[in-house]
Design a protein around this ligand. Structure first.
Ligand code: 5GP
Ligand code: ZN
Length: 115
């Protein structure tokens, strides 16, 4: 996708602080972190949002969660806890129209899901 920021990051056209990468997935630090750990896990295939996910993506989505699990353990936040967020559409405030999973941790995140 030509105008997609995350596609540009995937292609290396925009720099990012990469945490993990393989053929299907990239993970990098959020440019505007909202917690000490704030990493975005992004499928390399351009999908606009969760609404584009189908059964054909079952393995991919499972692998993204496995990598979130691995990175959380690597960073030690498996012991303290963390949150995974997917924003979808306008009311959720989805800014980047390329499916991504926020991994947030390293501080108390509060008990509420909605601010
Ligand atoms: P959304 O609101 O769409 O769920 O989250 C998009 C996230 O992408 C935001 O937390 C924002 O800070 C992050 N972001 C936007 N542009 C860039 C960028 O160029 N590089 C990085 N690393 N993160 C970005
Ligand atoms: Zn994209």
């Amino acid at each position: 996708m030509e105008d997609c920021i995350f596609c540009k990051i995937i292609k290396g056209e925009i720099p990012s602080e990469k945490v993990y990468e393989d053929d299907e997935i990239i993970a990098f630090k959020d440019i505007n972190p909202e917690a000490p750990v704030h990493i975005l896990f992004v499928p390399k295939k351009h999908m606009e949002s969760l609404l584009d996910v189908t059964e054909a993506d079952a393995d991919l989505i499972s692998r993204i969660y496995q990598k979130i699990n691995d990175v959380a353990k690597d960073l030690g936040i498996d012991k303290t806890g963390f949150r995974v967020i997917v924003n979808c559409g306008e009311d959720a405030g989805q800014l980047v129209k390329h499916l991504h999973f926020h991994l947030l941790g390293g501080k108390k995140l509060g008990s509420k899901l909605i601010k």
